[in-house]
Design a protein. Structure first.
Length: 156
């Protein structure tokens, strides 16, 4: 993948087990999987400050993405816990209603149980939707503050 910043190509090339990083100064560094690094080649260009700023912006976006994913996972986990409780409550309530053996009690209980279930499941879904929206809004604000180059942030 390559980025173009102020007419300097900045990018990374993966060749076999080596990673070649081309900096804003045109200096190519080859790093092997063992972590050793060598500098090779030169070209004309401005200082590495553009590449450093881009690298910092990418790290900033990476942190905001990690935060977003953790928050999204927590929102899904909370929803799963909530909706599981809603279904468990419905099952217990229906079992108790049928255990009475009285047809009129069962009939009236069923209406109440299903109304309660529908309301609780809608509340759980609405709570999840709100949390998900908050996660994405927070992420968009935080990632915009990173001032990353176009194409780095993973949303449209």
């Amino acid at each position: 993948m390559y980025f173009v910043m102020k007419n300097n190509i900045v990018g990374k090339i993966v060749v076999g087990a080596a990673l070649i990083v081309v900096t804003g100064t045109g200096m190519a560094h080859a790093a092997t999987s063992s972590g050793s690094s060598t500098g090779t080649g030169t070209s004309t260009g401005s200082s590495g400050s553009s590449a450093t700023a881009t690298a910092a912006a990418i790290q900033c976006v990476a942190k905001t993405v990690a935060t977003r994913e953790t928050a999204a996972d927590a929102a899904v986990a909370a929803y799963n816990t909530s909706i599981s409780a809603v279904y468990s409550s419905r099952a217990k309530s229906l079992a108790a209603a049928y255990a009475t053996g009285n047809a009129s009690t069962i009939a009236s209980s069923i209406k109440t149980i299903w109304a309660t279930f529908n309301a609780a499941s809608k509340t759980a879904s609405a709570t999840y939707a709100t949390k998900r929206l908050n996660v994405w809004n927070t992420f968009k604000k935080a990632s915009a503050a990173c001032k990353a180059p176009a194409g780095i942030v993973d949303y449209k």
